[in-house]
Design a protein. Structure first.
Length: 128
């Protein structure tokens, strides 16, 4: 196992019986909720075009959609449609800069997830 990630063990050191385990897991899932929305949001990552867009936005925040389209080899309309989907799902924000719209990641969750997936920043882009 990777030493960078925590290892989870039962707090009391003893295993739960099967019935208790199922009951505890069922309660946990019921209390958490929102799985349908989370699955829909995560499904957006299954498209390599959208994933490439997210990698571009992670590598250099504030890029224009036309520049993303050129970088990923897609049409402007396909890229705009994908950006609209990503915006509606909360992955991406659009920021108006004069007459242009520039795109960036919406939150730290998306940023951290992209790091975990192997995305990197371009030179000159750093964390604040």
């Amino acid at each position: 196992m990777n030493g960078d990630h925590p290892v989870h063990v039962p707090a009391d050191g003893g295993p739960l019986g099967d019935e208790q385990l199922v009951e505890n897991l069922s309660e946990l899932l019921a209390a958490t909720g929102g799985f349908e929305q989370l699955a829909e949001r995560m499904a957006l990552l299954s498209d390599q075009g959208r994933l490439r867009i997210l990698f571009c936005l992670h590598a250099h925040p504030g890029v224009r959609s036309t520049d993303i389209a050129r970088a990923i080899g897609a049409s402007d309309s396909t890229t705009s449609h994908a950006l609209a989907l990503l915006r509606s799902a909360g992955w991406v924000d659009a920021v108006r800069a004069g007459r242009e719209v520039r795109y960036e990641l919406a939150d730290v969750f998306v940023h951290d997830l992209l790091h975990e997936l192997g995305s990197d920043h371009l030179p000159g882009v750093r964390h604040d």
